[in-house]
Ligand binder design. Structure first.
Ligand code: ATP
Ligand code: MG
Length: 395
């Protein structure tokens, strides 16, 4: 029996005139993501993309797991392609379905007739196929309201696509259709989740990490690379800029009143990230901040941080509780890596009594002994760039 992957577009189905642009982007992403699994023909029609492998030994399980991490998809399944006859559907089709129904007690059949030339109506197809399933699996019962499995038969140009249920897709918009943004990526729990959430809205990521060797070690850097590699399973390869931050932090430690350490440091991060972002054509910065989580995330502190950069700053976690953030971190499999105990540059010089209600004037006064431009230029000079999710090469 010929088998295919059946992929249902998500929100892009709602895009009026631009719809085909979004669909093309999704097809391109799928082609890239599935390329090394072997040759396959991809077609799009009526909010559906089909992937038809050209080899017998196609790894469907791997393909399904990858498709589940492509944004822009509402649902996906492995499907059989029957000939366009009730005979084939009710014999070979039902045989194909049988193992998929093994664990179920109840089912229903839904039919769609995209090809109006087919002689039976949708309700007639459902009735006849349902009857054939009941004869083949007598312990099953029909439940049209809350079935264990919904069998779907779609009559299309190339045949009848038959499937048992479908897996929920990752949702969102295809990566790249929402422009590009620079995410400030620490080794913590929050920023990888923030990165993933904005990628889900179609944004292509560029990542910036600030490292302070020898206060932060190679394992801390490895951790950030690992986190980004996990995010890149959803987005495709991501460029990571590693910014040397030691000199800046030492200057702050030596020349800034302690209660302003964190804010001055955060503003340096925003400024440096903005410069890198502008070079890379990014329209925004992304951070993992959430109101009230730490002293540098009060409204006043966030505003002072915000003012360091002219770029739009996206903070997708702003109204979320830690517990909600952790739930997403677990789902995208970054949590266990995030909690590894390596120092982040933020934790190296943590003030004992940080300012929670700062003003910009006070912060500027606190850093008046720093050569801001010189420090930023030196840091930018030392940036290293890696491509993550693509054998993590240095570029
Ligand atoms: P996270 O869990 O993401 O580290 P956090 O709650 O620990 O966040 P902070 O340490 O105050 O918060 O950092 C706030 C945000 O600043 C982070 O979410 C991240 O976007 C950015 N950030 C912090 N440290 C770094 C770093 N070393 N490199 C790049 N970005 C950073
Ligand atoms: Mg942190």
């Amino acid at each position: 029996m010929k088998e295919i992957l059946l992929i249902k577009n998500g929100e892009i189905a709602l895009k009026g005139q631009n719809r085909s642009q979004f669909e093309d982007a999704l097809v391109r992403l799928l082609k890239k993501r599935l390329a090394d699994l072997g040759p396959a023909t991809m077609r799009k029609a009526q909010s559906t993309i089909t992937v038809e492998p050209l080899s017998e030994d196609y790894d469907f399980d791997e393909a399904l797991s990858r498709v589940g991490r492509v944004f822009g998809i509402a649902g996906y399944s492995r499907a059989a392609v029957c000939e366009k006859s009730m005979d084939d559907l009710c014999t070979r089709g039902v045989e194909w379905l049988r193992p998929l129904l093994a664990g179920a007690r109840t089912f229903k059949v839904e039919s769609k007739r995209a090809d109006k030339a087919f002689p039976l109506t949708s309700p007639e197809i459902s009735r006849e196929l349902g009857g054939a399933i009941l004869s083949a699996c007598p312990r099953l019962k029909v439940d049209v309201h809350d079935p264990d499995v919904t069998v779907v038969a779609e009559v299309r140009e190339g045949g009848i696509y038959l499937r048992a249920g479908q897996l929920p897709g990752a949702g969102g918009m295809p990566t790249g259709t929402g422009g590009r943004a620079a995410v400030l990526l620490s080794g913590g729990i929050d920023s990888p989740v923030a990165a993933w959430m904005m990628a889900k809205r179609g944004i292509e990521l560029y990542a910036v990490h600030f490292a302070s060797p020898p206060y932060t070690g190679p394992l801390a850097e490895r951790k950030v690379i690992d986190l980004l590699a996990r995010v890149s399973l959803w987005t495709g390869p991501v460029t990571l800029a590693i910014v040397p931050f030691t000199a800046i932090q030492e200057e702050i430690r030596d020349r800034v009143p302690e209660e302003y350490f964190t804010l001055v440091m955060r503003r340096f991060m925003m400024k440096i990230a903005s410069r890198l972002a502008a070079e890379k054509g990014c329209g925004a910065l992304i951070t993992g901040e959430s109101v009230g989580q730490v002293a540098s995330q009060t409204l006043a502190a966030l505003q002072v941080t915000d003012r360091a950069s002219d770029l739009l700053v996206l903070r997708p976690l702003i109204g979320m509780d830690k517990e909600e953030i952790v739930r997403i971190a677990r789902r995208i499999d970054t949590f266990e890596t995030s909690i590894l105990p390596y120092e982040d540059c933020c934790t190296v010089f943590t003030p004992r009594h940080p300012r929670t209600r700062p003003t910009e004037e006070a912060v500027l006064a606190a850093q008046r002994d720093l050569d801001e431009e010189g420090l930023i230029a030196a840091a930018l000079d030392g940036v290293r760039t890696l491509r993550i999710g693509d054998n993590d090469q240095e570029v």
